[in-house]
Design a protein around this ligand. Structure first.
Ligand code: R5P
Length: 297
C-alpha cells in the first residue's frame, strides 16, 4: 500500500490536480453514481496509509453525505490516516443560536468532521466568537491557513498603486484586511455594517475616512450574495472614491448578483480558487501543499 495519496471528490478534480502538481503525490478520483431516487453510490478506487481527501465544502448539503460515504469506503480499504483538505469549510458562521431553537451549525459540523478525519486543513474559516478551529473540532488536528498573501499578490499585480486604499466592509473583516494591508504596504480602513436580511445590508463610513480619489480594494473572506460589496461600492463611489474593486477568498455569487455589484460601481472582483468560480485569479494549491508538507506524519 502507498504511503500517501490524494483522493479528489468529483467536483474538485481540477484544483486537486493542481495540488497533485504541487506535491507530487498520486491522485485518485472518487467515483459517484447518482441513483434515480437521489441517493449516491460512492466508490474509492484505492487507498493509501494516509489519504488526503480534497473536498471544498461550498453548497455542502449533498457533498457532506457523499464525503462521509467516501470516508467510510477509504477506511474499509485500509486507510489509517485521513486528512480533509476543504479550502472552503461550510457552516462556520452559525456559531451560536441567534434565536431560540436554532441549530448551532458550526458545532454540529465541526464534531461531524472531527469524527471522520484525523486532520482538517482549510483556508480562512469564518470564525467569529470561537477563535480557533481546534475549539470547533476537538480531538482533531487542524490547520486554518491565511490567504492574505494570495490576496496581496492580486493587488500587487496592479503595480501597488500609490492611491490604493484597502477597505474591509465590516468589523469582522478587520483581521484579514489588516493582514493584506501589511503584505501590500497600503493603508486600510474598516466600514460599519448592519445586516437585516440575506440580501439587506446597510453600510456606513467611519467619520474620519478620507476616500476621495482613492483606488479602493475591498477585502473580504466570503462573497455570498454580493450584497455587502454592492452596498460598500455604492457608498464609496457616492463618497468620491475612484475605481472600486474587490479581492476575496471564497466567491459564490451568481451572475445576477454580479450584475448588481457592477451596477453599484464595483469594477472588478477577483477570488482564489478555494471555490470554483469565474472570478478565480489565484490558486490555493501552493498554500495547501506547504501545509501538507508541514504535516510530519
Ligand atoms: C460576513 O460576515 C462575511 O465576512 C461576508 O461579508 C459576508 O458573508 C458576505 O455576504 P454577502 O455577499 O451575502 O453580503
Amino acid at each position: 500500500m502507498k504511503m500517501q495519496m490524494i483522493a479528489a471528490m468529483p467536483g474538485d478534480i481540477a484544483p486537486a490536480r493542481r495540488l497533485e502538481a504541487e506535491t507530487g503525490l498520486p491522485l485518485v478520483e472518487i467515483d459517484i453514481h447518482a441513483f434515480p431516487d437521489g441517493e449516491s453510490l460512492v466508490r474509492a478506487p484505492g487507498a493509501a496509509e494516509t489519504v488526503i481527501v480534497y473536498c471544498s465544502l461550498d453548497r455542502p448539503n449533498q457533498k457532506l453525505v457523499e464525503l462521509g460515504l467516501a470516508v467510510s469506503a477509504l477506511r474499509d480499504l485500509g486507510a489509517r490516516r485521513l486528512v480533509l483538505v476543504a479550502p472552503y469549510l461550510c457552516y462556520m458562521r452559525q456559531d451560536k443560536a441567534f434565536h431560540e431553537g436554532e441549530a448551532v451549525a458550526q458545532r454540529f459540523i465541526g464534531a461531524l468532521l472531527a469524527g471522520w478525519f484525523d486532520r482538517v486543513v482549510t483556508i480562512e474559516p469564518h470564525l467569529h466568537r470561537v477563535k480557533s478551529l481546534d475549539d470547533v473540532m476537538p480531538g482533531t488536528e487542524t490547520a486554518a491557513l491565511s490567504a492574505a498573501d494570495l490576496l496581496a499578490q492580486m493587488i500587487l499585480a496592479d503595480g501597488a498603486p500609490e492611491e490604493a486604499l484597502l477597505v474591509g466592509p465590516d468589523a469582522e473583516s478587520r483581521a484579514w484586511t489588516a493582514a493584506v494591508a501589511k503584505a501590500t504596504g497600503a493603508p486600510f480602513i474598516v466600514l460599519q455594517k448592519e445586516r437585516s436580511g440575506d440580501r439587506e445590508v446597510e453600510i456606513s463610513l467611519p467619520k474620519d475616512a478620507d476616500i476621495k480619489g482613492r483606488r479602493i480594494y475591498l477585502v473580504d473572506d466570503i462573497i455570498s450574495t454580493g450584497a455587502t460589496l454592492a452596498a460598500a461600492a455604492r457608498l464609496l463611489r457616492a463618497g468620491g472614491a475612484g475605481r472600486v474593486e474587490a479581492v476575496a477568498v471564497h466567491a459564490f455569487f451568481s451572475e445576477a448578483d454580479e450584475k448588481t455589484m457592477k451596477e453599484a460601481g464595483l469594477a472588478r472582483v477577483r477570488s482564489t480558487d478555494s471555490v470554483a468560480h469565474r472570478t478565480n485569479a489565484a490558486a490555493v494549491a501552493p498554500l495547501l501543499a506547504k501545509a501538507l508538507k508541514e504535516d510530519r506524519r
